[in-house]
Design a protein around this ligand. Structure first.
Ligand code: ZN
Length: 110
């Protein structure tokens, strides 16, 4: 039988420590890559000069609400004839990033 959750070691980008739960996980985009942080490491990183290279958190309430809003905008834009298909396609990028964060990191944690 297969396990419900596949074991995967997720290490913080800043301190290299193990991230044990989704409550302590913050995923963010550092140019072209989705990286995991401890919550405290992420806030320290946001106060440093390196913060200019880091996006807002992908996961958590902010990420989920943003994703729901974008899904609604994409659905609405599909019914507006003046919106080109490539604008709608471009809008799906944040949805794909949110989904990637879940597939790569969040689904492996409690
Ligand atoms: Zn850390």
């Amino acid at each position: 039988m297969s396990k419900d959750k596949e074991e995967k070691l997720i290490l913080c980008e800043k301190c290299s420590g193990k991230i044990a739960s989704n409550d302590d996980l913050v995923t963010s985009i550092v140019p072209f890559t989705i990286v995991p942080y401890h919550e405290r490491c992420f806030s320290r990183e946001m106060k440093s000069l390196y913060s200019v290279f880091i996006s807002w958190p992908i996961n958590g309430i902010q990420g989920n609400v943003g994703t729901v809003l974008i899904v609604l905008i994409v659905v609405v834009s599909l019914f507006i004839n003046d919106v080109s298909w490539y604008y709608s396609a471009l809008l799906t990028l944040p949805i794909l990033i949110r989904l990637s964060s879940w597939v790569i990191y969040e689904r492996h944690l409690e």
